[in-house]
Design a binder for this molecule. Structure first.
Ligand code: AMP
Ligand code: TRP
Length: 332
């Protein structure tokens, strides 16, 4: 059976971008057609300045939201990365396969390191090596497919390169993974700045729809979305990115196609109103189920404990094989 792995960082509240770019497909498609693992990748949250108590809180919240969105622990494995040692064990081996040039070419590193320096913060070494840890997350499970938003393409490419290089040098150990993306809304843009992606930790939260925002807050954010200066409703990501983003959201929520939707509107106001309502309805069941799951923290603990056990059982033999292939003396 096909193996699928994906992860989400507990660095902020989950957004509509996370949902449409990744989580919705994990729920609707991936957990049904494969042996799938979904991880709260908390080690990755330590690559930038962080408040420990907040990371703990956000990890629980993210796990609760994944269950509320419909991941079924009977069908797939939901777990917290730091509870499975194999990720860190394998990451070091892969650091001995990757090069520093490869790391410095990563777009996300370039962007985030500039931002940290501008804010007067030092850049953590782990921010540079982060894509290697991500490759370890993926390769430890013999993963075939990695369902992610488009922003992760370059990282998954690196995981592929490292798998191929390792196998050539040390013998066949790893499956070579590939990224998969949703057909629409693979890159949801910030409503206030439609040329940059909707990210969890932007300073101006007016352009970000969080999964747990109240319906009225969601409506207000979408009604205030920055649109373009023309008057016609057209679907053109380059010339009219604000409109295109709204059309992507409406298309993702209704299953219709963007060009057809564009043709059926003659005002921005009506498009915004329908998009707002469609998004509110899309998120309503997730919010309602989140409240139910949050009321029973014991259940979450049980799911995560079992998930980590299962994940360990899968990763351990692969990582042990990699240790031996690289010449490390097996423990007896
Ligand atoms: P992160 O929040 O960076 O851990 O991302 C978790 C998943 O959500 C990854 O698969 C991302 O590619 C996806 N994702 C995050 N933001 C967006 C966005 N604005 N549009 C589409 N996908 C996104
Ligand atoms: N880097 C991913 C992000 O920022 C999160 C992530 C970490 C991930 N490890 C992963 C995604 C493994 C897929 C597979 O969104």
């Amino acid at each position: 059976m096909k193996r699928i792995f994906s992860g989400i960082k507990p660095t902020g509240h989950l957004t509509l971008g996370n949902y449409l770019g990744a989580v919705r497909r994990w729920v609707e498609v991936d957990q049904h057609q494969a042996d799938a693992l979904f991880s709260i990748v908390d080690l990755h949250a330590l690559t930038v300045e962080h408040d420990p108590a907040r990371v703990t809180r956000l990890s629980r919240q993210a796990a609760t939201l994944l269950l509320a969105a419909g991941l079924d622990p009977e069908r797939c494995t939901v777990f917290v990365q730091s509870q499975v040692d194999e990720h860190a064990r394998l990451s070091y081996l892969l650091e001995c396969v990757a090069t520093d040039g490869e790391m410095r070419r990563m777009i996300q590193y370039k962007e985030k390191s500039v931002r940290a320096r501008e804010a007067g913060q030092s850049v953590r070494l782990s921010l540079l090596t982060y894509p290697v840890l991500m490759a370890a997350d993926i390769l430890a499970y013999g993963t075939d497919e990695v369902p992610v938003g488009e922003d992760q393409t370059q990282h998954v490419e690196l995981a592929r390169d490292l798998a191929v290089r390792f196998n050539q040098r040390y013998g066949q150990v790893f499956a070579v993974p590939r990224a998969t993306h949703p057909k629409v809304a693979a890159r949801v843009m910030d409503l206030q700045d439609p040329t940059s992606k909707m990210g969890k930790s932007h300073e101006n939260t007016g352009g970000i729809v969080y999964l747990l925002d109240d319906a009225d807050v969601v409506r207000r954010k979408i009604m205030r979305a920055v649109t373009d200066s023309g008057r016609e409703v057209v679907y053109d990501r380059a010339a009219a990115p604000g409109l295109a983003n709204l059309l992507d959201l409406l298309a993702a929520a209704t299953g219709e196609d963007q060009a057809g939707l564009a043709a059926s509107y003659d005002s921005y106001g009506a498009l915004k109103k329908d998009t707002a309502e469609a998004v509110v309805e899309l998120l309503r069941p997730v919010r309602e189920r989140h409240a139910e799951f949050a009321a029973d923290p014991g259940q979450l603990d049980r799911v995560l404990r079992l998930g980590a056990e299962r994940a360990r059982g899968m990763a351990r033999p692969v990582v042990d094989r990699a240790y031996r292939a690289m010449g490390l003396l097996p423990a007896v």
